[in-house]
Design a protein around this ligand. Structure first.
Ligand code: ZN
Ligand code: ZN
Length: 148
């Protein structure tokens, strides 16, 4: 899923759950559960292949994606008594993707199993971008309805 979808679901979890450990566990679990749903990604080939001098465009896509998620999260969590829990949920809900980025950069064997697992749970064939995007927005809306 795109980062914005993970961020919003993480924030919603944090808003509803008090236990810090449960937030961390559920955020990570839901990340993978959401990735099982067929969805599409934008490409970040240069980041993936570690062509760092050409990865400005990729970074821009990631930042735009995050920014979108952060704006929605901001409206959801602003004024909430559970602000810190929500931030924690957001942090851990994008942790698997952050680790993917670290794996691309370092190729460390420490993260290889996690990376392989993360790739494996994705469907081989991605739906067309708009269809895939609609699915992600629906997932976020359903998550919000379930938790609120
Ligand atoms: Zn994904
Ligand atoms: Zn993921």
């Amino acid at each position: 899923m795109l980062l914005f979808a993970h961020l919003i679901v993480g924030a919603v979890l944090g808003l509803k759950i008090q236990s810090i450990w449960l937030i961390i566990l559920l955020s990570i679990f839901l990340h993978f559960a959401m990735d099982v749903i067929p969805h599409s990604h934008y490409t970040v080939e240069n980041l993936q292949k570690k062509v760092n001098n050409k990865s400005g465009g990729d970074f821009a896509k990631v930042l735009a994606d995050m920014f979108l998620g952060l704006v929605v999260c901001f409206f959801l969590i602003w004024h909430s008594a559970n602000l810190w829990q929500a931030l924690l949920g957001m942090l851990f809900s994008i942790l698997p993707d952050s680790l993917t980025f670290i794996y691309w950069q370092t190729k460390t064997p420490l993260l290889e199993w996690l990376y392989n697992f993360h790739v494996a749970i994705h469907r081989k064939k991605e739906p067309p971008f708009l269809k895939g995007l609609t699915g992600q927005i629906l997932t976020v809306i359903i998550a919000i309805i379930i938790f609120f």
